[in-house]
Design a protein around this ligand. Structure first.
Ligand SMILES: Nc1ncnc2c1ncn2[C@@H]1O[C@H](COP(=O)(O)OP(=O)(O)OP(=O)(O)O)[C@@H](O)[C@H]1O
Length: 331
């Protein structure tokens, strides 16, 4: 059975898409890990692929990169049909997925030299410089000669990023790149993503952290149980939420019934309403009753109003309503 169509924000120009899927499905046995998704990632975007653990992000990424085959559906990466054009497209795509297999007994630099030499498009004359530059970009120059065995998880994650950056790329695909990083490392990855995007690289980055996506991305796609439930520019998703009437009062129950009489639906947003707060959704914003009408009705019925506000629902509220799940807001 098909679910409701995902919310689509903004207009997508197929010619300007770095990644495009059409009804992409990946099944494991009878279970659909990816259930008919239509991704549209504009060129030049930093696209946050957001969803709770197990929602199908890694599986989608593996299929996009040809690491797993799709059950059905079409994929285009950098304008070319996949997996048919895999060999032509992959040199332009840098990827960080479940860390490449590093040799623990080789240094960070030694590992990158080895990985670079496996790339037949990479000139050996400039290899040493390429490796040094990539290590520098991820802040690992100081540990270039250290054996990977002695690297922390965060350092290995950065080495994976350095590997993705060995060549200039049109598209970077990063699966949870800040996993295992401390706050400083997380900030560095964020800055790196921003600087790569400023240089014209499209970045497709998965995360289960809403705050991370908010800080680093221009666009977002929200996964929930294998479905893409919303996608578009972050700003548009942010402004598409409903507005809410917030009344702080010792008479919350009475206030709620007055609001309901005015046609405002009591908001059931987890954790949002305290015992002294009545919240109701002001659907559509402009079509609802005017604020002065609401306040007058509350006061006329004897509600002691201590604070009255009309607030935009937060992006977090928005995602909770889309996925039915909470998100980790911080790491
Ligand atoms: N090789 C596999 N065989 C069977 N089921 C799988 C396989 N890989 C993934 N799945 C299942 O597919 C679903 C989606 O998993 P996936 O790893 O893509 O989610 P995710 O959003 O990336 O979550 P996480 O951040 O935890 O990796 C999960 O239920 C998972 O158990």
């Amino acid at each position: 059975m098909k679910g409701p169509a995902p919310e689509q924000h903004g207009t997508a120009d197929p010619a300007g898409l770095a990644i495009e899927t059409n009804r992409l499905v990946k099944r494991f046995g009878h279970r659909s890990a990816v259930d008919g998704i239509d991704l549209a990632v504009p060129r030049g975007a930093v696209f946050g692929f957001l969803g709770p653990n197990g929602s199908g992000k890694t599986t989608t990424i593996r299929v996009l990169l040809g690491l797993a085959s799709a059950t059905s559906g079409d994929i285009r990466v950098l304008g070319q049909s996949m997996p048919a054009a895999l060999a032509a497209v992959l040199p332009d795509v840098g990827a960080l997925v479940e860390g490449p297999g590093f040799y623990p007994s080789l240094s960070g630099s030694g590992n990158l030299m080895r990985l670079d030499s496996a790339d037949r498009h990479a000139s050996s004359a400039t290899r040493r410089k390429r490796v040094a530059d990539a290590l520098d970009r991820v802040g690992l120059s100081h540990a270039a000669g250290k054996k990977v065995r002695a690297y922390s998880l965060g350092m290995k994650q950065r080495l994976g990023l350095a590997n993705a950056l060995l060549r200039p790329r049109e598209l970077l695909v990063l699966d949870e790149p800040t996993n295992g990083l401390d706050p400083q490392g997380t900030r560095e990855v964020r800055n790196l993503v921003r600087s790569l995007a400023a240089g014209g690289t499209t970045v497709f980055v998965s995360s289960h952290l809403l705050a991370e996506v908010e800080q680093m991305c221009t666009h977002v796609g929200v996964m929930s149980a294998g479905r893409l439930v919303a996608q578009g520019p972050l700003d548009e998703l942010r402004s598409s939420g409903q507005r809410q009437v917030v009344v702080e009062t010792p008479d919350a129950e009475l206030a709620t019934s007055v609001l309901a009489r005015l046609g405002l639906v009591p908001a059931a947003i987890p954790g949002a309403a305290g015992p002294r707060e009545a919240r109701a959704v002001l659907d559509g914003g402009l079509d609802g009753p005017a604020p002065e009408v609401i306040v007058a009705a509350l006061v006329a019925d004897g509600v002691r109003v201590r604070r009255f506000a009309i607030e935009d629902s937060s992006l977090e509220d928005r995602f909770v309503s889309l996925t039915g799940e909470g998100f980790d807001v911080v790491g």
